[in-house]
Design a binder for this molecule. Structure first.
Ligand code: FAD
Length: 296
């Protein structure tokens, strides 16, 4: 599709009015790392671009409110998250995830909002945010609404956004924050790709420990929709002793991977179980078969 109109919004208000007037005509552009290659490959149906670049001043924030909840503006880039002191102190596992996104150029351009709106099952920020029960705030001329990110992401490329809305921010409730001072025992994000750097996930996992010492888990690239892996969480939180065969069985219940050119479904499931065990062992959970052979 040829781009027939390019509009740069100078404020949130202007962007929202544009969307309210012609809700289905514009495709928003933040860092452009995803949307521009798609325009080039004729994968975008809209023929008008609404550039959000100038909204950076309004939507690039990273703050903590008086309740301790973190607020991350949709236009904050992966690199800004990686370098941010508040996130380093209170939710450094998100930095670990954003650090794995693409190259330094992609991290400097790509935004957390774009990562969410892209709704790729392999989006690196998503498992960590979902494991932490992150919420999204959406705005339109009619006002704001808020929902769980897990409910907002409907499947590959699909979200619950309405055509006159902009993703404004992500909110992380206080209780699931992990702290850098003890990060090794409180949460991790790991991904395996086809190579060591600049790689899209074959499988990824976020494991967090919440304020009640309960484990929370979400997998990336293993199902069309990223959701909390409740069977894995229940198993880890209640088993008297962990073992790899049982872990593999509960991981299998929570994921539904595709076989494609990058990996078979079976391989992805094994990677998911192995990554989960690696993180849990680093968080000082013991496995009966600690030598690493187990079921996988
Ligand atoms: C070479 C390369 C490597 C990559 N590697 C990775 C990787 O390792 N891991 C990973 O997760 N991703 C990766 N990506 C994908 C991409 O860079 C990220 O998803 C990035 O976060 C997208 O952000 P963006 O600001 O560039 O989004 P854009 O391309 O600007 O937009 C993406 C989508 O989101 C919409 N959108 C953006 N902001 C808003 C908003 N505020 N409200 C409503 N809609 C909005 C746009 O309309 C568009 O549909 C890679 C991309 C490239 C080109």
């Amino acid at each position: 599709m040829k781009v027939n109109e390019y509009k740069m919004a100078s404020s949130i208000e202007e962007a929202l009015t544009t969307l309210a007037t012609s809700p289905t005509e514009y495709r928003m552009l933040a860092g452009g790392t995803d949307v521009l290659p798609r325009f080039r490959d004729n994968l975008i149906k809209e023929d008008k671009i609404l550039d959000l670049t100038l909204l950076k001043a309004e939507l690039g924030f990273i703050t903590m409110d008086e309740t301790g909840a973190l607020h991350i503006g949709a236009m904050a880039t992966h690199q800004e998250i990686v370098e941010n002191e508040i996130i380093k102190e209170h939710f450094s596992v998100l930095q670990d995830a954003c650090r794995t996104v693409g190259s330094i150029q992609i991290k400097n351009r790509g935004t957390i909002g774009g990562n969410i709106m892209n709704a790729s099952p392999a989006g690196d920020a998503l498992p960590v945010l979902i494991a932490a029960d992150a919420e999204v705030i959406l705005i339109s001329v009619g006002g704001e609404r808020r929902m769980l990110l897990e409910d907002f992401l409907l499947g590959p490329g699909k979200t619950a956004i309405k055509s006159d809305e902009i993703l404004k921010e992500i909110v992380l409730p206080k209780v699931y924050h992990v702290s850098r001072s003890n990060v090794k025992y409180e949460g991790q994000y790991r991904k395996l790709g086809g190579r060591k750097a600049l790689t899209i996930s074959i499988a990824s996992v976020a494991v967090l420990k919440d304020h009640e010492n309960k484990i929370r888990v979400a997998y990336g690239a293993l199902s069309p929709r990223i959701q909390r892996a409740s069977a894995v969480e229940d198993y880890v939180n209640s088993a008297a002793e962990l073992d790899m065969d049982s872990l593999y069985q509960v991981v299998e219940k929570c994921v539904n991977p595709l076989s494609d050119v990058r990996a078979s479904a079976e391989y992805r499931k094994k990677v998911a179980a192995n990554l989960t065990r690696m993180i849990l062992m680093q968080m000082r959970y013991d496995f009966k078969d600690e030598s690493g052979e187990g079921g996988c």
